[in-house]
Design a protein around this ligand. Sequence first.
Ligand code: KIV
Length: 276
Amino acid sequence: MSAQSQMRRKTVRDIAKAKGGSPLVCLTAYDAPMAQLLDPHVDVLLVGDSVGMVVHGLPSTVGVTMEMMILHGQAVMRGSVQAFVVVDMPFGSYETNSDQAFLNAARIMKETGCQAVKIESGSYAATQIKHLVERGIPVMGHVGLRPQAVNVDGGFRAKGKTQAEWSTVLEEAIAADEAGAFAIVIEGVAPELATEITTRVSCPTIGIGASASCDGQILVTDDMLGVFDWVPRFVKKYGDVRGEVTRAVSAYADEVRARQFPGTEQTYQLPKPPAN
Ligand code: KIV
């Protein structure tokens, strides 16, 4: 048995235990090679519905389908061995009622082999979270800036700026926690609100544009690697993949045009055919 296949995948208990402890390291992944690169460094890989914008060029996550989430979830499972893998439930796959949520969540779990699903947990979603957890599906909540609500919010807006919004986000987080969510993503809120949520809920919180006081952090991998020119202000760029791709591709284009590529090292030197 290889060292890789002996490695134990993290479970929901490992994630829940992180409350108040060493911060959870989480990143998004959408394909097998990237999952393989990230896997040794992270606790959680999220197959986020951000895949619609990051990989498929959609203007928002609203157009993401179950089929897209399952295809990318399968790839991330193939590429990882130890990370806890969570797959996002896409817009329209869980909001109607608990039966719809269960059928779609069960399909994601069965067809990808992932360990949990994530739901953008507005107040309507607590019933669904409880229903899924009672039936064996671990659920991660997501409060604050909820990208699937982009059309009612009129854009991707930070949340909690008014007292009413602050209370709504706090209530949504408490409802998700009480419904049995094993962790909650808090996106795009003031650090004070993220801290209050983190203190009030029993499960770990995972911040994105929130606060270092959360029990973990997540970023969209392509944002932190510098794949895009523009990123939200809460992203810190840890790499310059865009610059590196531009450098490599322009070097390739120059060499092809100058007939320098392929050289002798990249071509097959076959023995000369015997003379007749
Ligand atoms: O879809 C996604 O990538 C997410 C993260 C931003 C938390 O939900």
